[in-house]
Design a protein. Structure first.
Length: 691
C-alpha cells in the first residue's frame, strides 16, 4: 500500500502531509500515519514546529465514507484521539488549508494551534446533513474561534463558508492567495510562533454574554422548520453547553452524537447520502468503459424542457445548437432562455457578463444540416411518436458517426424511438425534470440496444451537468413517473372515499413531502395527465382509474395555468384556496359512483400513498427496471420531493418492516370501494415480508 503520510523538514519545520484520494478522507491509515508522524516530529531535534497539510490541493472532506460501519472507522487512533495529540503537542502545529476542509477535516484543523488557508478554501461542518453533529470537538472548538453566532450558523446549516469570509475570525491566522503551505511554513518559522507555548483552542475562554439568548433564538427558528429535525436542535443544545468546562462540553457532544446516530432521521439521511453515491455504479459499466466526447451538443425543441436543458448545458460551458420547427417557435425558445438568465441576473445570482458569455455559446437554427457535428443531440419536442419519428429520421441522416442520440420523452417507448434510426446502439433516454436547469434528477434510460459506452457517456453528462443520474430500464413512465402514477391514482381513490384534496395534501406535507399530490397536479397541469390516462385506457384492457380528474378537466380547471384546478388561486399561485365548485364536483361524483363518504385518518392517507409507491417500486425492482432499491429512493428524493430524512420510499418501507407493509397492503385490498387489483402485492414485497 502506498504511504498515506509524508514527512519532511523545511526551515526547521516538520511538514506532515497526508493523502487519501479523492478527498483525503480521514481513514484509519491516515489517522495512524499522522499520529506516527506527529510522534516523530516531537522527537526530531531539528523540528521547531509542525505543519499539517493535505495532498492534492485540498485539506480533507472529513471521515472516509468507505470506512462507514466498519471496525476501521472506530479503531485507535480515533479522530478525537488524533485531535487531542495535535492539540497537546509540545511543538506548535499549524494547519495549512487548501480547497475543501469539511467535517472531521475542519475538526482536525480546529485542534491545531494556528491555521493558514488559501483564499479559495471552503470550511464547514456539514454533519447535520447526515442527521448528526460534529462529533470530534467541533461544537466546542468552533464557537471559541468564530464566536457563538457564527458557529451556530455554520453547524446548524451545515453549509461550507469561504475562507475569505472567515478571515476576520480567530479561526484563520492568515488567508493567502494560492498554496497555503508556504505561508504556513513562514508562520511556523516566525518569531510569532516559535518561542511561545502553543495556544490551545480548548483553553480559549468563551466570553459570550448572549450565549443563552443566541441559542434560544436558534431553537425558535428550528422549531418553525418543517419537518423539525433532531440534529440541528441537539447541536444547539451542545453549543449552549460551551459555558461549562471544555471537557463537560466534549462529553455532552459525544453523548449527543451517539444518540443521533440511532435516530431514524439520521439513518434516513445517511442512506440517502450513500444511495446517491451508489447510483453511479451500473452493471456492465466500469471505470475502463470508454466514454465519448461531449464537447458540443444539439437540443431539438425549445419548449419548456428544451429551453431548460439548453440552460443546463450552457451552465456547464457546453456550446450547443438549438433546433426548432419554425422561426416563431425558435424566437419563443430563445426568449425563454433569455428569461431564465435575466431573472438570475436580476436576483444577483449571475453577472451580466457571465450571462452574455453563456448566451454566446448558443447557436439557434432551423436546419438539421447545421448540427451534424454535435457529439450529442437531445430531443425535447412534442410527446408524439409521429413527431419524434420525423426528428429521429432527420437526426439519423445528419449526425456524424458516433454521435449520441437522446430523447427526453416521459412516456413513449425508447426502444421504438431508437428503431426509427439505423443506429439504436447510439440511442438512450435522458429524462430531465422540470425545470431542467434546476432539478437535480436525471433518469438515464437504457434502451434494449444502448451500447455500454453510450450509457457511460450519458452518466458522464449527468455528472458534468451536476445532476444525480439514475439508470432506468424502459417501461411506461420509467422509475419515477411510473410510481407517481400509482400514487396519484390512489390519491383520487381517497377523495372518492371521503378525504378532501386539502386533507390529503396536508397529510403528506406533514409526513414531509414538499408538496401534496393535488397541489402538484395543479402546478403541472391536468391536460397532460388526461392525455396519458386516455392512452392507458386505450392500451391496457381492465385499466382502472377514477374519472374524477377527467371531470375536473371538463370544467376547464386545468391547474394554475387556467387559474383553477383542485384549488382556486384568488391570491396567486402560492396561495391555494379550497373551491366550492370542486366540492360540488366531488359530492356529485361520489353519488354517481355510489360511494357514501367516510372519515379517513391521516395515517391511512399517508400509508396508502406511500405504500402505493413502495408496491410499484418493488415491481420496478423485480423487473430490473431499477438496479437497486436505493436507486428508487434517489429518484424520489431528488425528483419528487420525498422527505430526505425518511431516506426514500423503499428505505422507509424497510424501516417500517416489510411484514407490516404487506399487512397494510392486504388490508387496503379488502377495502370494499378499493381497487383490489391495484393492491395485488408485488411478489418481491411478499418475499421480503416472508424473509
Ligand atoms: N414538461 C415536463 O414537465 C416534462 C418533463 C420531462 C419530460 N418531458 C418531455 O419533454 C418533451 C417536451 O416537452 P415540453 O413540456 O417541453 O413541451 P413543449 O410543448 O413546451 O415544447 C415542445 C417544443 O418542441 C417543438 N417542436 C415540435 N416539433 C418539432 C420538430 N419537428 N422539430 C423541432 N422542434 C419541434 C415545439 O415548437 C415546442 O417548442 C416531451 O417529450 C415531454 O414528454 C416533459
Amino acid at each position: 500500500m502506498a504511504e498515506v503520510t509524508a514527512y519532511r523538514l523545511e526551515r526547521a519545520v516538520a511538514i506532515i502531509s497526508f493523502a487519501n484520494p479523492p478527498v483525503n478522507g480521514l481513514s484509519h491509515a491516515v489517522r495512524a500515519g499522522i499520529a506516527t508522524a506527529l510522534e516523530r516530529a516531537q522527537a526530531d531535534p531539528s523540528a521547531r514546529a509542525i505543519v499539517l497539510t493535505g495532498a492534492g490541493g485540498l485539506f480533507s472532506a472529513g471521515a472516509d465514507i468507505r470506512e462507514f460501519g466498519t471496525p476501521a472507522s472506530t479503531a485507535d487512533p480515533t479522530l478525537r484521539q488524533l485531535i487531542d495529540l495535535v492539540e497537546t503537542s509540545a511543538k506548535p502545529v499549524i494547519a495549512a488549508i487548501a480547497g475543501t476542509c469539511l467535517g472531521g477535516g475542519l475538526e482536525l484543523a480546529l485542534g491545531a494551534h494556528y491555521r493558514v488557508a488559501s483564499s479559495d478554501a471552503r470550511l464547514g461542518l456539514p454533519e447535520v446533513k447526515l442527521g448528526l453533529l460534529p462529533g470530534a470537538g467541533g461544537t466546542q472548538r468552533l464557537p471559541r474561534l468564530v464566536g457563538v453566532e457564527r458557529a451556530i450558523d455554520m453547524i446548524v446549516s451545515g453549509e461550507p463558508v469561504p475562507a475569505t469570509a472567515l478571515a476576520d475570525t480567530a479561526l484563520l491566522d492568515l488567508v493567502v492567495d494560492g498554496d497555503p503551505l508556504a505561508g504556513a511554513v513562514e508562520l511556523a518559522a516566525s518569531a510569532r510562533v516559535a518561542p511561545k507555548p502553543p495556544p490551545r483552542t480548548r483553553d480559549i475562554p468563551l466570553v459570550e454574554p448572549s450565549l443563552a439568548a443566541l441559542c434560544e433564538a436558534a431553537r425558535t427558528r428550528l422549531k418553525a422548520e418543517r419537518p423539525p429535525l433532531p440534529a440541528p436542535m441537539r447541536a444547539v443544545d451542545v453549543i449552549a453547553a460551551t459555558n461549562g468546562t471544555f471537557d463537560e462540553g466534549l462529553a455532552l457532544e459525544r453523548r449527543a452524537f451517539l444518540e443521533l446516530m440511532e435516530t431514524p432521521e439520521s439513518k434516513g439521511l445517511r442512506h440517502a447520502f450513500l444511495a446517491e453515491r451508489a447510483a453511479g455504479k451500473v452493471d456492465g459499466i466500469t471505470p475502463a468503459t470508454p466514454v465519448r466526447p461531449l464537447d458540443q451538443a444539439a437540443v431539438i425543441g425549445a419548449g419548456t424542457m428544451g429551453a431548460g436543458i439548453a440552460v443546463a448545458l450552457l451552465d456547464a460551458g457546453i456550446p450547443l445548437w438549438l433546433v426548432e420547427a419554425d422561426q416563431a417557435a425558435l424566437d419563443r425558445g430563445l426568449a425563454r432562455i433569455a428569461g431564465i438568465y435575466d431573472a438570475q441576473v436580476t436576483k444577483g445570482k449571475l453577472t451580466a457578463t457571465e450571462r452574455d458569455r453563456r448566451f454566446a455559446l448558443l447557436r439557434p437554427t432551423l436546419s438539421y444540416e447545421a448540427i451534424g457535428q454535435a457529439d450529442v443531440a437531445i430531443e425535447a419536442v412534442f410527446e408524439s411518436l409521429e413527431v419524434k419519428r420525423e426528428v429521429f429520421l432527420a437526426l439519423d441522416r445528419v449526425m456524424k458517426p458516433g454521435a449520441i442520440l437522446a430523447t427526453n420523452t416521459s412516456t413513449l417507448d425508447v426502444n421504438t424511438i431508437a428503431g426509427f434510426t439505423q443506429r439504436p446502439s447510439d440511442m438512450l433516454g435522458l429524462h430531465f425534470f422540470s425545470p431542467a436547469h434546476v432539478m437535480r434528477l436525471l433518469e438515464v434510460v437504457r434502451g434494449r440496444a444502448t451500447a455500454p459506452e453510450v450509457l457511460a457517456t450519458g452518466l458522464k453528462l449527468g455528472k458534468t451537468l451536476r445532476k444525480v443520474a439514475v439508470v432506468s430500464g424502459v417501461c411506461d413512465g420509467f422509475i419515477g413517473n411510473r410510481m407517481l402514477e400509482a400514487y396519484t391514482r390512489q390519491a383520487w381513490y381517497l377523495v372518492e372515499e371521503g378525504a378532501t384534496p386539502q386533507q390529503i395534501d396536508r397529510a403528506v406535507e406533514s409526513f414531509g413531502f414538499a408538496m401534496g399530490p393535488f397541489r402538484v397536479g395543479d402546478l403541472v397541469g391536468h391536460d397532460v395527465s388526461l392525455a396519458i390516462r386516455e392512452r392507458r385506457r386505450a392500451e391496457r384492457p381492465g385499466y382502472l382509474c377514477s374519472t374524477l380528474p377527467d371531470k375536473l378537466c371538463r370544467l376547464e380547471r386545468l391547474g394554475q395555468k387556467t387559474g383553477a384546478g383542485w384549488y382556486d388561486y384568488p391570491e396567486g399561485p402560492r396561495r391555494p384556496a379550497s373551491s366550492a365548485a370542486v366540492e360540488e364536483l366531488i359530492t356529485a361524483h361520489r353519488a354517481e359512483i355510489g360511494v357514501s363518504s367516510r372519515h379517513i385518518d391521516d395515517s391511512e392517507i399517508v400509508d396508502r400513498l406511500v405504500y402505493a409507491l413502495v408496491n410499484e417500486g418493488a415491481r420496478i425492482l423485480e423487473e430490473g427496471i431499477a438496479t437497486r432499491a436505493g436507486d428508487i429512493d434517489v429518484v424520489y428524493l431528488t425528483g419528487y420531493g420525498f422527505p430526505r430524512a425518511r431516506g426514500g420510499p423503499m428505505f422507509h418501507a424497510e424501516q417500517a418492516g416489510w411484514r407490516q407493509v404487506l399487512q397494510r397492503v392486504r388490508e387496503f385490498a379488502r377495502n370494499p370501494h378499493g381497487d383490489p387489483a391495484f393492491w395485488t402485492p408485488a411478489p418481491l414485497l411478499e418475499r421480503l415480508a416472508g424473509s
